[in-house]
Write a protein that binds this ligand. Structure first.
Ligand code: ZN
Ligand code: ZN
Length: 343
């Protein structure tokens, strides 16, 4: 089979690789669509401590089951599925509470195992979620994984009806978080980014205002409308500046959710957290329940389709897609690669 192999900083090669076989408890998928994730762009550039080349990345994907291993119910043969890429022990305290994203031995398909930037990928049968979309739109099933991240982030935000929500980052997680915040009853949702093309995609995701941090005084604009601060901030960027400003713009007793992973260390005003009784919480991946919600939202065609935020490319053009997202103007919030080579 053909696969897109990351071989080192800014080196992504489309070449032949061994076709996977279904081990016991596993299935082989023919990949329908696989999303290029922001965390993979960092790795591609050589900034990721978790991934080691050579590696077939790709953890946001959908496909059709073409082979089932021993011990797997043959009913899965031919099923259209999306895949939860978390592979966990199933026995630790977190797994048993349904919080597998916190598993002590958590591993992820596309990081710790070969991922879906390939014609075929092997996954545990326990990772499959059956879906009902037509085969020609199964490729957009790659959107379920980032949507599950946004379901989790907005769940961690504990949004109440009418809340003012500020979202940093108009990448796919930020856009989807804005959309989920709206679905959870937010009264207003403002989006902040430095990329005007991405910001222009905010309205289709339910953002009332899109603020360009390079051209506008974000803090002054937020304070003018919300003099006491906003109720919830979701930082889908993860830079010291967005984390600090998010904390500063929160109302007393408000909640800051950190979901972006850009720089590890940030200095925050701890005394302010004390005096304002601010809640600062992390959000990583998703619980199984969040993945189920995301699967149902996507399968039920709830996601916006207009707005030019999504593009589809053949897997063979993967290197150019990574270059464009990492170095170029990156106008698309999500690029999905398609192993079947359709444009
Ligand atoms: Zn991702
Ligand atoms: Zn576990």
């Amino acid at each position: 089979m053909q696969a897109l192999v990351w071989e080192g900083p800014e080196r992504m090669t489309y070449r032949s690789a061994d076709a996977p076989v279904a081990a016991s408890g596993h299935v082989v998928l023919r990949v329908a669509g696989v999303g290029v994730c922001g965390s993979e762009l960092g790795a591609y550039l050589g900034h990721n401590e978790l991934r080691r080349p050579p590696l077939v990345m790709g953890h946001e994907f959908s496909g059709v089951v073409v082979e089932v291993g021993t011990g797997v119910d043959p009913v899965w043969e031919g099923a259209s599925v999306v895949v939860n890429p978390l592979v966990t022990c199933g026995t630790c305290r977190w797994c048993r509470r349904g919080e597998r994203q916190l598993c002590r031995t958590r591993r992820i398909i596309g990081i710790d195992f070969p991922g879906a930037f390939a014609e075929r990928v092997v996954v545990p049968a326990a990772s499959l979620w059956r879906v009902h979309r037509d085969p020609e739109d199964l490729w957009t099933g790659a959107l379920v994984e980032p949507l599950a991240c946004a379901v989790r982030a907005t769940g961690q935000a504990a949004i109440e009806v009418g809340d003012a929500v500020l979202v940093y980052g108009a990448g796919i997680i930020g856009l989807m978080s804005a959309w989920m915040a709206r679905r959870r009853g937010a009264g207003s949702v403002w989006l902040v980014d430095a990329n005007p093309v991405r910001l222009s995609q905010g309205p289709v995701w339910g953002a009332d205002r899109a603020l360009d941090a390079t051209a506008e005084d974000v803090a002054a604009l937020v304070r003018r409308t919300h003099p006491d601060g906003v109720d919830r901030v979701i930082d889908a960027v993860g830079l010291p500046g967005t984390r600090r400003q998010g904390l500063e713009l929160l109302v007393r007793g408000g909640r800051l959710v950190l979901v972006g992973l850009h720089e590890p260390a940030t200095t925050l005003d701890g005394n302010r957290v004390v005096r304002d009784e601010t809640e600062v919480v992390g959000s990583f991946c998703y619980r199984d329940q969040d993945f189920a919600v995301a699967t149902n939202l996507w399968d039920g065609r709830r996601l916006p389709e207009e707005g030019g935020w999504l593009d589809r490319r053949p897997l063979s053009a993967g290197d150019a897609a990574f270059q464009e997202q990492a170095r170029g103007p990156a106008p698309f919030a999500k690029i999905v690669l398609d192993a079947e080579g359709r444009p």
